[in-house]
Design a protein around this ligand. Structure first.
Ligand SMILES: [Ca+2]
Length: 236
């Protein structure tokens, strides 16, 4: 239940230090003899002191007692009730229509309140969900990919794979790190797809200035004719 009196209103009316009440202090508003402690969220976080949670409960109790004494809430209070349909009738142990066991129509007992709006509760199940990964530099490689290949997530010019020519074929170089699984595959016809696995090798001479934890690997395809190489990374 939401209290009519908010905690911040309570603090203001009590004249409590705004920072210290919300557990904040620094050299500008220090905890000293003028205000010797901050208020914690729960009483168990401090000895001999209530927490903000206790104050909320005390306000709730006080408001409920005021309501019970007056017979109404002293300020507008929003609420809702759910009426099940069809109503279950105990005496016949069966489901009926819009009447209750006394033959009365199903209705919302408003008590001291009045009915503002009615509606039928409905449930809409989510269909297929699409996850969108962050790609702050907009280079088409999401941050998981940038992590896998040791590239900068904020520099679109930082490319994950470098391609070069070798005698009778092509070579790609890229960075690997532990914890990520890499798979290099080759194709001779893109319409058929990447069907062959290529075993990448760790580059004999590692370039300087690699990001920490990464090593350069390379994969070569020498089939003397048209070919394609790609590397896939799986981040757990
Ligand atoms: Ca990116």
């Amino acid at each position: 239940m939401t209290n009519l009196l908010s905690l911040e209103e309570f603090r203001r009316e009590m004249g409590f230090h705004p920072w210290h009440f919300w557990g904040l202090a620094n050299s500008t508003v220090p905890v000293n003899s003028a205000c010797d402690d901050t208020v914690k969220q729960y009483s168990w976080q401090n000895s001999d002191a209530v927490g903000r949670e206790d104050i909320v409960k005390a306000i709730e109790t006080a408001e409920q007692r005021l309501h019970d004494y007056l017979g109404y809430w002293p300020a507008p209070k929003y609420g809702y009730k759910q009426v099940k349909y069809p109503t279950y009738i105990d005496v016949r142990v069966r489901f009926s229509g819009y009447e209750d066991a006394n033959g009365r129509w199903t209705s919302v007992a408003t008590g001291e309140n009045y009915l503002q709006a009615i509606g039928v509760e409905q449930r809409t199940l989510l269909a297929t969900c699409n996850v969108t990964y962050s790609d702050p530099d907009g280079d088409g490689l999401n941050n998981t990919g940038e992590y896998a290949f040791g590239t900068s997530p904020v520099e679109a010019s930082s490319r994950p794979v470098t391609q070069s020519s070798v005698t009778g074929g092509i070579k790609i170089t890229y960075l690997q790190r532990s914890g990520v699984t890499y798979a290099v595959k080759s194709a001779t016809d893109l319409a058929v797809g990447f069907t062959e696995a290529v075993i990448p090798l760790k580059s004999v001479s590692q370039p300087t200035g690699l990001p920490s934890g990464y090593e350069q690997y390379e994969a070569t395809l020498t089939i003397g004719t048209q070919g394609f190489l790609k590397v896939e990374a799986t981040v757990p």
